[in-house]
Design a binder for this molecule. Structure first.
Ligand SMILES: Nc1ncnc2c1ncn2[C@@H]1O[C@H](COP(=O)(O)OP(=O)(O)OP(=O)(O)O)[C@@H](O)[C@H]1O
Ligand SMILES: [Mg+2]
Length: 644
């Protein structure tokens, strides 16, 4: 989020929204306790675990609430209390004065509170998008004209009207989530609860969903309760509620929350980058050493306008073209050597339902080479072909034309062992629950190694190692995967693949659903593993921040074509190309551009959060600062060294 907006709202005390808001409490939780019963495979209760331990909160009409908390902190459990999917073991939840324990009110409560869950697949029932969205209003017994109008309105709100005849199973994860949201909107609920609705979306889809939610909140005073791990999203809320240890640990404005350094650190969370940068450059020591950018505030609007932003971007592209060319040649030579083409795609195309009305070219003449010890990022808007590509890489799909090789051998040649390939190329799917088939977490992680022929201690060591790697608490080792939170399932899915000791790992949106600290820990470990053991990693991600942070190289797909394959700094320099295919640059790059427009000389190749914060931090340690060409050159050299 733009930090100037945050500051403006801060100054206004986020007043606009609150003035408009009726001061009417619509949802009330009082001393809510909730226990899950743990059962063995035969369904006998073997233990209970108290998740909510006295939650007290009230929600007023028209609020936009971000519900935050670490994996397993009870966010989903709490949100299910709001429309009586779950009911408190003790205490009360009331919605418009209706208690959720009153069985007669269930239907009415569910009409008032619409829910969108973490995984849209669980909510899809109909044959096509239009019918899917019509399902709710039909169930409410509405007139068909009203249904048609509502379906159209809801689909337009999530920009999916054009796909109204598509079957849900032909949609990508992100598109499905937008349909799930439309399905709820079509019922015109008073309150809408969304459980990480944007976790699977590309930046464009994410922005559209967040804008749709903000519009609903602003224009229709829709009360929105948004569960998220994303602080940029939390910054857009009028109020943040943090759950920890089964209780409300924080309840206040985003601004206050982002200022609560100790609490944030304890939770492993960080304020949005824009907020941290602003804090740094507003600090007295920075102002004293470097100069006060705030004096420019009157002209900030002009300086930040797009034409300047474009111009500086283009100038840089032109001047760095030669350097880029040389760098690329060297990088390519190195990549080839490093790669030893563990996996390669040669002129690979893939067509879904060829020769039918649903024919869709998902991948179009793609050449690609992936090797050891390198983390390659794969980006592209929803539906651009990423999921198809990774299924081709581990042999789940067979190309319509072209060749896929592993260790130089055609994986579809007669006699080639699919089992061998799948034990060497591990894949963590976008929806982790698709991957879980056993009764307990332990058995699930042991499934792969035992298929590889490991038994007894050897197998157990692998399982334990992998579960420790993903930091799953031991108490869940014997739990059913169905009893895990979204983030815990993700951890188990990653462990299941790591336990097989693959040579190549494909991770499809592995960060979706992980809390900030968990994501950092797991990604850092994967990077270390890749470096130390030479394991190749393909990281499919919508998060440009994650790609900037972890990828050595980034591939961009657009409508089934590979349009970029380069070092991160080079890829993020192509702002227009990325924007054309619905992608964005990392927040760091955008902020650095804004700072440049305000006179700060930030090196052009700063793409990671830490680089930007370090650079600004260094300014306060030197007398250089805004005109610090020396520092810039030094950083340039260091970064180039990193890259080459
Ligand atoms: N059906 C279930 N049976 C037993 N335990 C469960 C069940 N569902 C969740 N739990 C447990 O309750 C705790 C809270 O889970 P919940 O899904 O509410 O967390 P969450 O805050 O939404 O986490 P995440 O960020 O990972 O989505 C977890 O420890 C989980 O293992
Ligand atoms: Mg959850």
């Amino acid at each position: 989020m733009d930090c100037s907006k945050l500051r403006k709202r801060e100054r206004a005390g986020v007043g606009v929204k609150q003035e408009k808001m009726e001061d009417r409490t619509v949802i009330r939780a009082e001393q809510v306790r909730f226990q899950y019963k743990k059962r063995d495979v035969d369904g006998n209760v073997i233990a209970t675990e108290e998740i909510l331990k006295g939650v007290d909160l009230t929600i007023k009409k028209g609020e936009f609430i971000a519900l935050l908390g670490r994996n397993g902190s009870g966010k989903t459990t709490f949100s299910k209390q709001l429309n009586a999917i779950l009911r408190p073991s003790e205490g009360t939840v009331t919605v418009d004065e209706m208690g959720t324990r009153d069985a007669e009110k269930l239907y009415e409560i569910r009409q008032h509170v619409g829910m969108v869950f973490q995984n849209p697949d669980n909510q899809m029932v109909a044959a096509n998008v239009e019918e899917e969205v019509a399902f709710g209003p039909e169930n409410l017994g509405m007139e068909s004209d009203t249904i048609v109008a509502r379906v159209k309105q809801a689909l337009e709100q999530v920009r999916m009207w054009k796909r109204r005849k598509t079957a849900p199973n032909h949609l990508s994860g992100g598109q499905k989530q937008r349909i799930a949201i439309a399905g709820i909107l079509a019922m015109h609920p008073d309150y809408i609860v969304l459980d990480e609705p944007t976790a699977m979306l590309d930046p464009k889809g994410r922005k559209e969903v967040m804008e749709a939610l903000q519009r609903l909140n602003r224009e229709q005073e829709m009360t929105v309760i948004l569960i998220t791990h994303d602080m940029e999203e939390a910054a857009l809320a009028s109020r943040v509620i943090l759950l920890a240890d089964g209780q409300v640990r924080f309840d206040g404005t985003p601004e206050k929350f982002f200022g609560a350094d100790v609490l944030l650190a304890e939770m492993g969370m960080e304020a949005p980058l824009s907020y941290r940068v602003r804090k740094l450059i507003d600090s007295d020591v920075f102002v004293e050493k470097v100069g006060d950018a705030r004096e420019d505030e009157a002209t900030t609007g002009k300086r930040e306008n797009l034409s300047e932003y474009d111009k500086s971007g283009r100038e840089w592209e032109a001047s760095s073209e030669l350097v880029d060319k040389k760098k690329n040649e060297k990088a390519e030579a190195e990549t080839d050597e490093k790669n030893q083409a563990l996996i390669s795609l040669q002129h690979v195309s893939y067509i879904y339902s060829p020769g039918t009305a649903y024919e869709k070219v998902a991948l179009d003449d793609v050449n690609l080479s992936l090797g050891k010890g390198e983390i390659v990022g794969l980006a592209g808007h929803t539906g651009s072909g990423k999921s198809t590509m990774i299924q081709l890489l581990n042999g789940l799909l067979k190309p319509t034309s072209g060749t896929v090789t592993f260790e130089g051998k055609d994986i579809h040649a007669k006699g080639y062992s699919g089992n061998y390939l799948r034990s060497k190329v591990g894949m963590v799917f976008q929806y982790p629950e698709h991957q879980m088939i056993c009764d307990t977490v332990w058995e699930d992680v042991a499934f792969g190694p035992s298929k590889q022929g490991l038994t007894g201690e050897a197998c157990e060591t692998r399982v334990e190692e992998a579960l420790r790697f993903v930091d799953l608490p031991e108490k869940y080792y014997q739990a059913s995967p169905l009893q895990l939170s979204g983030g815990q399932k993700r951890r188990v899915a990653i462990a299941g693949v790591l336990a097989m000791h693959p040579e190549y790992i494909i991770l499809d949106e592995p960060a979706a659903g992980l809390d900030a600290a968990g994501k950092r820990e797991i990604f850092d470990r994967i990077r270390r593993m890749s470096r130390e053991q030479g394991i190749g990693v393909l990281l499919v991600s919508h998060s440009m921040e994650d790609l900037a942070e972890y990828a050595d190289r980034i591939i961009v797909l657009d409508d089934g074509k590979k349009i970029l394959d380069d070092r991160p700094a080079q890829v993020f320099a192509k702002r227009e190309t990325l924007a054309d295919c619905g992608l964005d640059v990392p927040e760091t790059v955008k902020l650095a551009d804004k700072l440049r427009a305000n006179g700060y000389q930030i090196p052009q190749n700063v793409i990671r959060e830490k680089e930007l914060l370090d650079y600004l931090g260094n300014c306060t340690n030197s007398t250089a600062g805004r005109k610090s060409v020396d520092t810039e050159n030094r950083l340039d050299e260091r970064k180039q060294g990193d890259n080459l």
